[in-house]
Design a protein around this ligand. Structure first.
Ligand SMILES: C[S@@+](CC[C@H](N)C(=O)[O-])C[C@H]1O[C@@H](n2cnc3c(N)ncnc32)[C@H](O)[C@@H]1O
Ligand SMILES: C[S@@+](CC[C@H](N)C(=O)[O-])C[C@H]1O[C@@H](n2cnc3c(N)ncnc32)[C@H](O)[C@@H]1O
Ligand code: SF4
Length: 454
């Protein structure tokens, strides 16, 4: 599971291709949907970009030609197929990610949202996010996306330094970024998020902190801070390998993260997850569902999903990945109605490991009530209450286990990976030594061990 430094970005869902990779990825003071209810989140992947950024290994393609009509039809078709498999009572959030979904036409976005609304219930209050890359001519498009049903915008600003934007291979300038942010705040007030990267080669702490301060004076109520991960196969990785660029300094990155989160805290932002900060309760519900181990459906090339497919009559949660390459995915969707490439049923322990690894990324951690929805017979006290490791982490001020549940302290969140490694071992240990499960006789007379909280 999660082996990266805590400050690294938490959206691993779309980057890697392994089902084992840690998913990481919440709005409103209202409690987000509890897993085990029949609602779900839905992610839609738009796989195309204008240009490849020098650091990015997400599932994205630079098309020579693009038949958007065919892509739209396939997105609609797969949405229908997968929704019929899961039949959630409602979809409480939708996230259009990528790639660069702001390159899609508002009509495509609208048709997917209409399909969801026709197949199941899409409440008017549902969070519907679109990721947007800054451009110089965004104004009318942002309004058109709102007309299509988008009510939250996440802008990939990445840096407020033109030299750094160049190093990253971004197509936008600082003035494009600021113009897009200003326009987005006009169209999506209180619901505009910005991504800022740190830990770049040769980046210095003080100038980056000044960028963050500048962004703070201009931004809305949500900021994501992502530490650069040097990904094999990217231009930046090669440049660092060849010595044409210096290796990012991990100490400087740790300092940026630590000072950055302090600055944000002083400005009234709640760090609700390792990389995510919100004020005025503008947490993203969609990402919160990921971190709470909720069910979500993934539509589009390379999209990930985690849900119990009721159509199969089973009760196990499946991890699913759709075919990565867009043309192949489209062929499969045309033939079979969906492009699911891989389905793996999660064992009970694997699901608990995910609940632990993802839940601890958040400031509220894992409450007792939440844990019991997944594992009624082995409480957090049973697993961690007597563990020497946990006592040690508590005495170091990194972890808390109390009447509320299990969570990292402010200091612990910054070193989550070290904490997590030890807790995962403890969970595995407790699982192997658990008492035999009590069987429950269902109405039909069959013995089962759990309700569908998975
Ligand atoms: C890096 S996060 C950025 C979130 C943003 N900071 C916000 O607050 O909304 C979003 C990215 O994660 C990836 N992603 C999220 N959920 C996914 C899923 N279910 N399947 C595949 N990729 C996913 C996509 O590449 C998407 O562009
Ligand atoms: C996959 S992108 C999709 C949205 C949009 N195309 C953009 O670039 O903002 C989502 C976020 O992941 C970040 N990201 C991609 N590769 C990364 C890396 N190697 N290290 C850190 N963040 C990365 C992007 O910078 C962006 O903020
Ligand atoms: S625009 Fe976003 S998804 Fe596309 S290559 Fe750049 S970082 Fe990756």
């Amino acid at each position: 599971l999660c082996t990266q430094r805590a400050s690294r970005r938490s959206c691993a869902a779309g980057r890697g291709q392994s089902l084992d990779e840690n998913l990481g990825h919440p709005r409103g003071s209202k409690q987000p949907p509890a897993p085990g209810t029949r609602s779900a989140a839905l992610y839609v992947h738009w796989p195309y970009c204008e240009k490849r950024c020098n650091y990015c290994n997400f599932n994205k393609y630079i098309p020579r030609t693009l038949d958007e009509g065919a892509m739209q039809k396939c997105l609609v078709k797969e949405t229908t197929t997968l929704l019929k498999l899961r039949i959630p009572s409602e979809i409480d959030s939708v996230f259009f990610g990528g790639g660069t979904p702001s390159l899609a036409s508002p009509h495509t976005v609208a048709s997917v949202l209409e399909t969801i609304a026709q197949t199941t219930h899409l409440p008017a209050k549902a969070e519907v996010t679109l990721e947007a890359n800054p451009t110089s001519s965004q104004a009318s498009r942002l309004t058109a996306f709102q007309g299509a049903g988008i009510n939250r915008l996440s802008i990939g600003i990445q840096s407020l330094d033109n030299k750094e934007l160049q190093l990253l291979g971004r197509t936008h300038s600082v003035s494009d970024a600021l113009g897009t942010l200003e326009e987005a705040r006009r169209v999506y007030p209180g619901r505009t998020s910005v991504d800022l990267m740190f830990g770049l080669p040769a980046q210095q702490v003080e100038p980056w902190l000044r960028q963050l301060q500048e962004l703070l004076s201009l931004c809305d109520d949500h900021i994501s801070l992502y530490q650069l991960t040097l990904e094999r196969g990217t231009l930046l990785f090669a440049q660092v390998q060849q010595g044409t660029l210096p290796s990012p300094d991990p100490e400087a990155a740790a300092e940026m993260y630590q000072h950055g989160r302090e600055i944000l805290r002083e400005a009234g932002f709640r760090q609700y997850e390792v990389s995510n900060f919100a004020r005025n309760e503008a947490l993203s519900t969609h990402n919160w569902t990921y971190w709470q181990g909720g069910q979500y459906i993934g539509v589009g090339p390379g999209a990930h999903g985690r849900f119990v497919p009721r159509g199969d009559g089973g009760s196990l949660r499946e991890a699913r990945i759709q075919t990565l390459e867009p043309d192949n995915w489209m062929k499969e969707v045309s033939m079979f109605g969906h492009g699911t490439r891989k389905r793996v049923s999660l064992s009970e322990l694997e699901l608990l490991e995910e609940v632990l690894a993802l839940g601890l990324r958040t400031d509220t951690g894992i409450t007792h009530q939440h844990w019991l929805q997944f594992e009624p017979q082995l409480s957090l006290w049973d697993v961690f209450g007597k563990a020497e490791e946990v006592r040690e982490l508590q005495s170091q001020g990194l972890l808390l286990l109390d009447h509320r549940g299990l969570r990292c302290s402010w200091e612990g969140l910054a070193v989550l990976d070290t904490v997590l490694l030890r807790l995962l071992l403890q969970l595995q240990n407790a699982w192997e030594n658990r008492p035999p499960p009590m069987l429950k006789v269902t109405e039909s007379g069959a013995a089962s061990q759990r309700e569908d909280s998975r």
